[in-house]
Design a protein around this ligand. Structure first.
Ligand SMILES: *[C@@H]1O[C@H](CO)[C@@H](O)[C@H](O)[C@H]1NC(C)=O
Ligand SMILES: *[C@@H]1O[C@H](CO)[C@@H](O)[C@H](O)[C@H]1NC(C)=O
Ligand SMILES: *[C@@H]1O[C@H](CO)[C@@H](O)[C@H](O)[C@H]1NC(C)=O
Ligand SMILES: *[C@@H]1O[C@H](CO)[C@@H](O)[C@H](O)[C@H]1NC(C)=O
Ligand SMILES: CC(=O)N[C@H]1CO[C@H](CO)[C@@H](O)[C@@H]1O
Length: 615
């Protein structure tokens, strides 16, 4: 079927029945910009419907958030007058099957051939109303079951078994445009979606009452406490709780009642548990894809949301402190779901890179110190911020930047910007060694050459390599990413090693890096100028293992734009999110595929590094 907006945009929506629901449906469509024809045989109902619209239509946009120039609403006695030129007819006549059958026969005669014919019936499938219509007409008939707009805006759509499938996405769009929340039943089903769910709830309530287990008052009190205002549906809730637990609980009912587990436990095992999909606690997801139950502050949050949100550790450079911008850096602890940011360490001198090891129970970070002085240091503390210890003392590192634990959790790798080098050491600072040396930092000319400044670092255990950025001048377009082997080549040192490969060049200004071993992908932030800078980028490592030539230059993919001096990034493997910090005091979260960029924190801080844990 050929569906196009331009064919319908000047045609009315027709509603058969101007009762309590019919007039609300009319008001929704009209407030959404459509001209609406109501048909009701009763003159009194017609007057009442129009009066309702007149009194209420201006309030609809406040509730739906849809601000459009309202269409007109007219009421007709004769069906033919109301539907003649309509692009859709919504039948809301009394719930008597024979009446519905006759209505569709009449609509076949009176509507245009492309008019979409909808039944509001909730107790009959539209396939039961097709007795008197031709086969072609059956293909443009379907159910649209409205709840109670404008407060309850759900509309359930369902095929009559023969409906053209392309009608559904088209109709869903039209419904969304006027503020409805459409859902489509994928096949015919008595009770659609909501009423089946509701039936199960009613069934269990009655069973509880019939067994004398509880009273209506207590049952309702528990429901109100658990669900009213709890912005979480039962499917999200099951994911949050864990599908293994849900199956375990249902198993008890199966044993005790002798009921079948085919569509509950067997279904969960076959489609989810056997595939490692245990819900929000696994990176495989559950009923929903991973990350779904972890919400950002702008989203409605229920009691069971965010059970699997990561704990975030972010560094504030402290530059906004009027008293002492150089010694006011801090470590803040927050959550992937937003909320309070707690300071656990303060008075640091320009902290830049952070890593957390739950295994060793400590946080490690770099303090750059005064950028042109040889006074950087690396410190560690317990997870609560206490017991601050020196890992690398002042004088042994010039201006340390991003810092990362290797995946085994035994070595700290870090870049030293004005020190022109990449270094590593054990967690207690022992075996401190230089891995890459780009020049002599004692030489002022050399140390001011920004193309030699090492900034971001990540370890790729699978490849036995580490990657680092050399950002180049500010917004200079001469940023590069390099890699070298974790093991130093025999009889070489940091200045003479011959295994260094440049894998990407001419980047705006790349900063922090992270390798995802699961997807063999390299991610990095870039604080250069748009369109390619101030972005989050990724590239498949496989592309960097092929021979690179002028004609075969690997091209990064931009996942997020419009950051404000992007610095830190951190992959959340469990939720399949990436967190990004920037100097404008923002923490953003996006999906690993680049969709759904959301703000988690919007602060007055100046953020550099970030790390996370699941505690
Ligand atoms: C549409 O369906 C609802 C739910 O079954 C029902 O309450 C309502 O009366 C129907 N609409 C109209 C206008 O008849
Ligand atoms: C709804 O919005 C209209 C137009 O902006 C305004 O005049 C009216 O006061 C609002 N009503 C309520 C209840 O906020
Ligand atoms: C941080 O420094 C300020 C000013 O020097 C001082 O008042 C404060 O006690 C220090 N805080 C900590 C936790 O050391
Ligand atoms: C300092 O570094 C510059 C640039 O790398 C070099 O040309 C110069 O020879 C160096 N000076 C000394 C004294 O080594
Ligand atoms: C850079 C990085 O990923 N560092 C660490 C962040 O925290 C997690 C969880 O504690 C560690 O596994 C990472 O190595």
């Amino acid at each position: 079927m050929n569906l196009s907006f331009s064919d319908i945009q000047d045609r009315p929506v027709a509603i058969l029945g101007g009762g309590v629901l019919g007039r609300r449906i009319a008001c929704m469509w009209a407030a959404g910009g459509w001209n609406v024809n109501i048909r009701d045989p009763s003159a009194e109902q017609r007057t009442a419907a129009l009066h309702y619209v007149e009194n209420n239509i201006n309030e609809y946009p406040n509730i739906t958030g849809i601000k459009k120039r309202a269409g007109t609403v007219q009421a007709f006695e004769k069906l033919e007058d109301a539907v003649r030129n309509a692009w859709t007819v919504i039948e809301a006549v009394p719930e008597k099957l024979q009446l519905k059958i006759n209505t569709f026969a009449e609509l076949e005669e009176t509507t245009r051939l492309d008019c979409l014919l909808c039944s509001n019936s909730s107790s009959y499938k539209s396939s039961e109303m097709l007795e008197k219509v031709k086969p072609e007409t059956c293909r443009r008939i379907f159910n649209t079951h409205y709840m109670m707009p404008p407060q309850s805006r759900v509309v359930e759509l369902m095929t009559d078994g023969q409906t053209y499938p392309e009608i559904f996405p088209f109709y869903v769009e039209r419904l969304k445009e006027v503020g409805f929340l459409p859902i489509v039943a994928r096949k015919e089903s008595t009770g659609f979606v909501f009423n089946r769910l509701w039936a199960a709830i009613k069934r269990e309530c009655l069973t509880i009452l019939s067994e004398g287990v509880s009273s209506p008052e207590e049952l309702d009190a528990v429901w109100v406490e658990m669900y009213s205002g709890n912005k979480m549906g039962p499917c999200e809730m099951m994911d949050a709780v864990g599908l293994d637990t849900v199956a375990f609980i249902e198993e008890h009912y199966i044993q005790e009642r002798g009921i079948s587990g085919v569509s509950t436990v067997d279904y969960l095992k076959r489609d989810f548990l056997n595939k490692g999909k245990l819900g929000a606690k696994t990176s495989e997801g559950g009923l929903y894809p991973p990350g779904r139950t972890t919400k950002t502050p702008s989203e409605a949050q229920g009691d069971h949301n965010n059970l699997h949100a990561p704990t975030l550790y972010v560094l504030d450079l402290g530059l906004n402190s009027p008293q002492d911008p150089i010694h006011s850096g801090r470590i803040l602890v927050g959550s992937g779901a937003g909320g309070a940011l707690r300071t656990i360490v303060s008075n640091q001198s320009l902290p830049d890179g952070i890593d957390v090891s739950i295994k060793s129970g400590r946080i490690y970070w770099t303090n750059m110190g005064i950028p042109n002085a040889n006074d950087g240091e690396i410190l560690s503390c317990k997870l609560d911020g206490s017991d601050i210890r020196t890992v690398i003392p002042k004088g042994s590192v010039h201006t340390p930047k991003q810092l990362t634990l290797d995946p085994a959790g035994t070595k700290l790798y870090f870049c030293d910007r004005e020190g022109l080098r990449v270094m590593r050491c054990n967690l207690d600072g022992s075996e401190h060694e230089t891995l890459v040396q780009n020049g002599d930092w004692h030489n002022l000319t050399a140390t001011q050459d920004q193309s030699k400044w090492c900034v971001g670092i990540t370890v790729s255990q699978n490849e036995k390599k580490f990657y680092w950025t050399q950002k180049g001048t500010s917004k200079g377009g001469i940023g590069r990413i390099f890699r070298a082997n974790i093991d130093m080549p025999v009889s070489k040192d940091a200045s003479t090693r011959d295994d260094i490969e440049m894998v990407l060049d001419h980047l705006p200004e790349p900063i922090d890096l992270e390798v995802d071993p699961d997807t063999d992908t390299l991610y990095w932030t870039d604080r250069g100028d748009p369109p390619f800078g101030n972005t989050l980028n990724k590239i498949e490592l496989a592309k960097l293992r092929q021979p690179i030539s002028a004609s075969n230059k690997p091209k990064p993919q931009i996942l997020a734009r419009n950051l404000h001096e992007a610095i830190g990034l951190k992959l959340d493997h469990k939720n399949k999110h990436i967190y990004i910090t920037d100097l404008a005091g923002m923490v953003y979260r996006i999906n690993t595929d680049g969709t759904d960029k959301k703000k988690v924190y919007d602060t007055e801080f100046i953020f550099s590094g970030i790390n996370l844990s699941y505690v």
